[in-house]
Design a protein around this ligand. Sequence first.
Ligand SMILES: [Fe+2]
Ligand SMILES: [Fe+2]
Ligand SMILES: [Fe+2]
Length: 411
Amino acid sequence: MNPQNCDNKSNICSCSVFNALSFATDIFEKIKTGHAKRVAYTSLKLASQLNMPIADMNRLFNAAILHDVGIGFGINEAYQEDREYNKVEHVKKGASIVSEFFHDQDITDAVRYHHENFDGSGYLGVRGADIPLFAGIIHLANYLDTIFERRTTYSEARKENQAAILKQSGILFDPLHVEAFIEMTSAERFWLDYRHENFDAMLERIISNNQIKIELDDLIKVAYVFSKMIDDKSKFTQKHSRNVALYMRETAKMKLFDEETQKKAYIAGLFHDIGKVSTPSSILDKPGPLSLEERSHIKVHSYYTRLILDHIPNIEDIARWASNHHEFINGTGYPERLKGDELDYFSRLITVCDIYEALSENRPYRKALSYEEAWQTIHEMRDENALCPEACRDLKGLTDIMTFNKNESTL
Ligand SMILES: [Fe+2]
Ligand SMILES: [Fe+2]
Ligand SMILES: [Fe+2]
């Protein structure tokens, strides 16, 4: 990604994108929401106390906000119960995820080594000065958040947590970091912010001068990485998001929409199921019919897609198209039961793309439908006024060409 200043009014800022993804991890973890934000807050405060240059603090923010991304997106919940496996695996997965779009070794190392102890007793056995600076800072910030008790008053919190961190000087943490932590947390402000979670304004103040603007092409790279991970949650959806994205982009191209709209349609397709971070793979892979509760669990995902993407200002159209992919024009879809004109062209199109791709995939309870069977089903839904005739016609036109080309190339 090319660092370039961002005015936050019309541009897409990298911080908001990573904030959205950390929120997605929160949804997955269910228990301590806001964990990544709190860790970012303490990390930046500590870095400032250590006189870190502002440009580095921006990179530290990215590392801290994504430090546990390997939990939400990397680990199949078959391993959720296995704590030992999770510990080591979440840092490795997280590091490989962030390395795919940052190409910044310090950020990758921060995620990989954020559970390394100063005395060498951490997950990967790195010790002392060999622990990268960002990782050491995030480790301390992360530890604070795991021991912090919200019910205590701010003065109790200061006393208890300072004592707990001090006890780990030279064991879990670099004594220099502990010293800086004690210094910076003697001010009431830190604990007042921490208890009341006044982070947004504070984080904004620290990094706003150095926001990084990203282009749609960068967002495509990030969305692509996360779409792969969402699709990997189930063996039945291996290329689902990427195919939906492809149909969206190619239909937009065929209809002569401008290049920006084509890219946005593509990103909406890549992101449309990101809310599935909340859906257990055991439900996605269940071989029989789903219970009522399991069905409602699945139905939440497009609502979560919206909540996640709403964290990114200035992509309203992408967020709308992505999260409307289970809405029907007769108002029988979910989660908003939108109907008719409330659904714009790409919201209608993504629903058809999603259904076409789903019908063309194997499911635990049925085999993939043939091309003709899939379109017969879609046309029946169109005739029941659930699907938009124009969107059906457009995608049919595209898939006719794609199928023809595929058959030609295998001749
Ligand atoms: Fe972690
Ligand atoms: Fe963490
Ligand atoms: Fe979906």
